[in-house]
Design a protein around this ligand. Structure first.
Ligand code: SF4
Length: 529
């Protein structure tokens, strides 16, 4: 045995340092083979990928096959390599990528353009994968949780302006211009007072010329700020983003982000993302119904239980969910509790009797509906219920019920208040469900942000950002399915589904297995049979 200080590698002059076949670069159960089988099973032309339907007879230099570029992106996003330049480098030196791309080496511009130009197809591929996991029985389809998370856009906070910020900028520039104007006047006055100034021409050099240039620069900045302010007011938007036109300053819980709010609906069974969307509003309050409906359609469910946090509480959203067969569990907004803090009776102290169509106050008196309807600032039509002035005047509880100037108590009731009453009753027994909510929905965001480090988008504008989010969601689901099933299980399930679907197409439609029947119409979208 030879004594050595350290372990030594192979000689670089050795002829066969690497296996002679590219096929030997990756093992038989390497996850990269799962990417290969998945992408090869997609009908890229139907999903809308560019060049996917190009025939061999087409003239000119052939482009890269979109299947190869999609494989490259899936591999990259699964392995935390997202930038087109890094993907270009990895394609040349990473043995798994060399195997996956058969030693193709696309340039970074080609790679970047693929992600920009195929955002719609990436969204379709992401939706297609949800259909696949549905067929594999990996989603429960009964309980889902919704949440939103802020992601940084490719824009800085300084590049996004509100009306207030632009108006303040214009006012500040006005002050600076005035101050410099005054300096110019003082300068002229000083020069006029100097005894020899009249006959000497110094070419305008000195403080006066410097100040003149600074004033001109300030005037230019002011006119740009004013133009931005005019543009913002004409657009009807609340913010103007100069770098990424769709990114916004989002604020929640005291933290601000220049970017987007990603909404995700996660299935309870294996915490897979079944529906998602990218919006640029800080608030989640208008997202409940749209997201729940998208999840219900993706899952093909007749009924669905949806869990969300307090930020999603909206009476109109709850009503829309109920009308679409979606049972929503959202903690009611607690409000600021002004009445309770002041020791006065709040709505909780008044009970409604549907049969009598009246509220009963803490003193046991009835509040009856008034004539007419009122529309509040958010567009809800309300009915007002009022107590009797004569009774309130003699009531021993009036100091806890009425303001000093009021002679009677009125309560406003939404015309669809029964929706909220059913929701309130539901929430009383929903403690266990609500405790599961955060464990379900925070899993994907935690995985994507903390483990993969995806906290920001690399592209700009809604379309491209939505395409990049689809890649992130697809890779999250793909990795999760591989982890759940293992490589062998994944390969076996894919083969089984392909076999069943192929058989189903050839056979009498009545022979189609029940679980596959619902998705038969979707088959061409995500599978080439
Ligand atoms: S003040 Fe009128 S509404 Fe209020 S508790 Fe007394 S009787 Fe009822």
């Amino acid at each position: 045995m030879t004594n050595r200080a350290f372990k030594t590698g192979e000689s670089r002059d050795q002829a066969n340092l690497l296996p002679p076949r590219i096929e030997d670069y990756v093992g038989p159960d390497n996850p990269v083979r799962a990417i290969e089988s998945f992408v090869c099973a997609l009908d890229l032309a139907k999903l809308g990928f560019g060049h996917a339907d190009r025939g061999a007879e087409a003239m000119g230099q052939p482009p890269y096959n979109p299947a190869d570029l999609l494989k490259l992106y899936l591999y990259g996003y699964i392995n935390q390599v997202r930038s087109s330049r890094r993907l270009e480098r990895e394609a040349c030196r990473n043995l798994e990528l060399i195997w996956l791309l058969k030693n193709l080496r696309p340039g970074y511009r080609t790679i970047a353009n693929f992600r920009k130009e195929n955002w719609k197809a990436l969204k379709a591929a992401n939706r297609g994968f949800v259909l696949l996991v549905r067929e594999l029985g990996l989603v429960g389809g009964a309980v889902v949780a919704i949440d939103g998370s802020f992601f940084h856009g490719d824009a800085s906070k300084a590049s996004i302006f509100t009306r207030k910020r632009l108006a303040e900028q214009v006012a500040r520039l006005d002050l600076e211009i005035d101050a410099y104007g005054k300096s110019l006047e003082d300068n002229d006055a000083t020069e006029a007072m100097q005894p020899n100034s009249g006959g000497r021409d110094d070419g305008g050099s000195g403080d006066g010329a410097d100040i003149g240039a600074k004033v001109a620069a300030l005037m230019a900045r002011r006119s740009r700020a004013q133009a931005d302010l005019d543009r913002l007011e004409a657009s009807g938007e609340t913010q103007l983003s100069l770098t990424d036109p769709d990114a916004r300053l989002l604020v929640k819980g005291g933290q601000g982000v220049a970017g987007y709010n990603v909404q995700a609906v996660v299935d309870d069974k294996h915490k897979l993302i079944v529906a998602s969307e990218v919006v640029n509003d800080s608030s989640d309050v208008n997202q409940l119904h749209a997201m729940a409906k998208a999840a219900k359609e993706a899952l093909g469910a007749e009924a669905l239980q949806v869990l969300a946090d307090e930020g999603y509480y909206s009476s109109t959203e709850l009503k829309a969910c109920e009308e679409d067969g979606i049972t929503a569990y959202v903690p009611p907004s607690t409000g600021n509790g002004v009445l309770e803090k002041a020791g006065r009776f709040s709505l909780k102290n008044f009970s409604y009797d549907g049969a009598a169509d009246a509220y009963t106050c803490p003193a046991g008196q009835l509040l009856r509906p008034m004539e007419g309807r009122w529309t509040n600032t958010s567009g809800r039509v309300e009915i007002r219920y009022a107590s009797r002035t004569k009774i309130c005047r003699a009531c021993p509880l009036r100091t806890r019920c009425l303001t000093p100037k009021a002679s009677q108590r009125t309560i406003r009731r939404w015309e669809h208040e029964d929706v909220l009453e059913r929701h309130r009753a539901r929430m009383e027994g929903a403690g266990d469900l609500m405790r599961r909510r955060s464990a379900i929905v925070e899993h994907p965001f935690g995985t994507l942000k903390c483990r993969a480090g995806y906290r920001h988008f690399l592209v700009r504008g809604f379309d491209k950002v939505r395409g990049e989010w689809s890649l992130m969601a697809l890779c999250y689901n793909f990795t999760r399915v591989l982890n759940i099933l293992g490589f062998e299980g994944f390969a076996a399930c894919m083969a089984k589904v392909f076999r069943l679907l192929s058989h189903a197409l050839r056979a009498d439609p009545s022979c189609i297995p029940r679980p596959l029947e619902t998705s038969r119409a979707n088959m061409p979208v995500w599978l080439s049979i």
